[in-house]
Design a protein. Structure first.
Length: 397
């Protein structure tokens, strides 16, 4: 999606917030209905049944009838798609939506005249029951737009995202293959030796965020001070998210333009970042440490980086099994847990090869990806890095 910054008037902002409230309301009703469903019983309501119930609710409640039927029906359609993804085991089960989190709604059946340009930097989009809302024309709007989504982030900023399939970045045709090792200390280490990390808040901003979190804990919920401090926290976190997204876009574009094949580790980030608190009967261990690791993984943008790579370089991203890539020497192929002395240092116990641990792992990923790419043309499987016995290396003195 191509996202642009909206600039609604105060009156329009109230109307947009009302659309978000209606979309959130019907979504949460659908979640509540499905939470009561149990396997073996009657089928849970589908999209058609939800639409019938929505018609009855709009006839009974004037405040719901005053909203846009398109916004409310699309919220139900999004829920139906979310449930299909859940049963397809590609996404988690849909959960409750809270005010201030995931605020937004979707508009479909967009006509050609519903988006227009006013000047070099200003455009307008027609939103049902809101009217023409201006947005910043930061780049050309994709042609043939049929739907868009309006959203509001934690900092209170409004955005419009037009649904369009982006044009993929053409391969350079040099035949070069790169391996990418994702980590916490270094967000992305390349087999070429380059290392880059997703930007975070500066030290002064982190100190201010800590002070705001403490001030929020002392403020009374529902008070003006509580809302003011919470908005300030949201602005700081939105700044960090913007920086991370900008880094992901630039890094993925750079890799797609420079390399024909991009090898990445096949990691299930959603499973890796699940909470370890467990249950009351079986509580988890090292819960606080695991929560800190989860935050670091999410802050490094592991999942979104690969997603954007697959969108910008379709068919050129090769996912490899990450097993033993951090323990295998890229020079002689000897594998042992002791090869990795620390987070940053790799020293082979067989040949003495020393390198940055992340770069060594990225080179193993590159070699496996290159083998997979070649064998994919032949139709043969390829194995991961094999463990080899230490080899005697003669050094001339």
């Amino acid at each position: 999606m191509s996202r642009y910054r909206l600039a609604p008037t105060p009156v329009q902002e109230v109307a947009l917030a009302e659309h978000c409230r209606h979309a959130r309301y019907v979504w949460n009703l659908a979640v509540e209905q499905h939470s009561c469903w149990r396997p073996g019983g009657r089928s849970a309501p589908g999209f058609a049944e939800h639409c019938r119930q929505l018609t009855e609710a709009r006839a009974e409640f004037a405040w719901l009838r005053a909203g846009s039927i398109v916004v409310q029906q699309q919220a139900l359609k999004d829920f139906a798609q979310a449930m299909a993804n859940f049963f397809g085991k590609t996404h988690r089960k849909p959960t409750w939506r809270k005010r201030g989190q995931s605020d937004g709604f979707r508009i479909v059946a967009v006509k050609t005249g519903d988006v227009r340009r006013l000047s070099r930097n200003i455009g307008e989009v027609r939103v049902p029951k809101v009217g023409w809302v201006r947005f910043r024309w930061s780049r050309a709007v994709p042609e043939g737009v049929r739907s868009f989504r309006v959203s509001r982030d934690t900092a209170g900023r409004w955005f419009v995202a037009f649904a369009a399939i982006p044009e993929p970045i053409a391969a350079p045709g040099t035949g070069q293959v790169v391996g990418v090792d994702r980590g916490v200390a270094v967000s992305a280490a390349l087999s070429s030796g380059e290392m880059t990390s997703a930007p975070t808040l500066r030290d002064s901003e982190k100190a201010r965020l800590l002070g705001l979190v403490r001030k929020l804990a002392r403020a009374e919920k529902g008070s003006h001070r509580h809302r003011k401090v919470k908005a300030a926290i949201g602005k700081l976190k939105a700044r960090e998210i913007d920086r991370r997204k900008d880094w992901i876009e630039k890094t993925s574009t750079d890799l797609a333009r420079r390399f024909d094949i991009i090898g990445v580790e096949d990691l299930n980030v959603s499973t890796m970042t699940r909470s370890a608190k467990g249950t009351i009967e079986a509580p988890g261990k090292n819960v606080r440490q695991k929560a800190g690791l989860n935050r670091s993984i999410l802050a490094a943008g592991w999942g979104r980086l690969v997603t954007r790579l697959e969108q910008k370089a379709p068919g050129r991203v090769v996912k490899v099994n990450p097993r033993f890539t951090s323990q295998t020497c890229n020079t002689c192929g000897y594998r042992a847990p002791g090869n990795r002395e620390s987070q940053a240092v790799f020293r082979c116990a067989a040949c003495g090869h020393q390198a940055n641990a992340d770069v060594n792992a990225a080179r193993n990923v590159r070699d496996i990806a290159a083998g997979l790419a070649v064998n994919a043309r032949r139709g043969d499987p390829v194995a991961g890095p094999e463990k080899r016995e230490p080899q005697l290396v003669l050094l001339s003195g």
